[in-house]
Design a protein around this ligand. Structure first.
Ligand code: ADP
Ligand code: MG
Length: 246
């Protein structure tokens, strides 16, 4: 399968993570919507790509060692003109370089409509296999640790339960006049990640962690606007830990 090929290639090159663009391609192959976008090497290339996209767009730095792009000025949202894209790419290069990181290029992509920002994650437990988690993004995950976990594979009912287990679940129903988010779209993403034929079970030999942060869920759809895959360490020959005596 195409997906495993790109992961194996990255592992052979001793990479620890996948680039955001490759990671998004993998999500798309598993049926998860991602923004339309292009990888460009220079500010001029980003401007050329802008012509093919629906404005407003987001510009993101591509730099293999960076984990939180926005912490170092590596994300610029709401760009609506070619000039703004060029300007953003130029200042982004200066800011990111000033933090000591190398700029490999830029990911330029369409902006998802506004909605609720959730997190969908996965980790491969060495003893129990893949675990899936979800929660509302931002402070709900980072500070309040309001998350729900399940072992994989999950069913649609498990996904439904996970969502309703969250303390922040009432927010999904729409507060202060906001429209409720599509739970169906969210459940579908949870199944594409943690279901019987989902990404985590399929790729559990090759990946260690998955972090979709955020998944933007609107009243009709769910779009993964940022994703990070941590690859499994290269396999070494198994060591003999103990000998049975019976
Ligand atoms: P970081 O590496 O800092 O987590 P992200 O790619 O998550 O960078 O971008 C930071 C924030 O910018 C996101 O949490 C989201 O609010 C917004 N964002 C990023 N990409 C998009 C997009 N395509 N559409 C809408 N908002 C986006
Ligand atoms: Mg993010």
């Amino acid at each position: 399968m195409e997906v495993s090929a790109s992961i194996r290639q990255a592992r052979q090159k001793q990479c620890h993570t996948l680039s955001e663009a490759v990671a998004k391609q993998i999500l798309a192959e598993y049926g998860i919507a991602v923004p339309r976008g292009y990888v460009s090497g220079t500010p001029d290339e980003a401007v050329a790509a802008f012509a093919w996209l629906q404005s407003p767009v987001v510009l993101k730095v591509i730099s293999p060692e960076v984990v939180h792009k926005s912490d170092i000025g590596g994300v610029q949202t709401n760009l609506i003109t070619a000039e703004a894209v060029h300007q953003a790419a130029t200042t982004m290069t200066q800011r990111v370089s000033a933090h000591g990181y190398q700029v490999e290029g830029f990911l330029i992509e369409e902006m998802a409509p506004s909605g609720c920002e959730l997190v969908v994650g996965g980790v491969i437990d060495p003893r129990f296999g893949p675990l899936i988690m979800t929660g509302m993004g931002g402070i709900f995950v980072e500070v309040l640790k309001d998350v729900a976990f399940r072992f994989c594979p999950i069913t649609a009912y498990d996904a439904w339960e996970m969502i309703h287990e969250l303390h922040a679940a009432p927010i999904l129903e729409g507060i202060r006049g906001q429209r409720p988010v599509s739970k169906e779209a969210l459940i579908e993403v949870l199944l594409h990640v943690g279901g019987q034929h989902g990404l985590l079970l399929n790729l559990c030999d090759d990946i260690q962690e998955l972090d979709i942060n955020p998944l933007i869920v609107t009243d009709t759809r769910a779009i993964a606007v940022d994703v990070r895959f941590v690859l499994a360490a290269p396999t070494t020959a198994p060591t003999k830990e103990y000998e049975t005596t019976w």
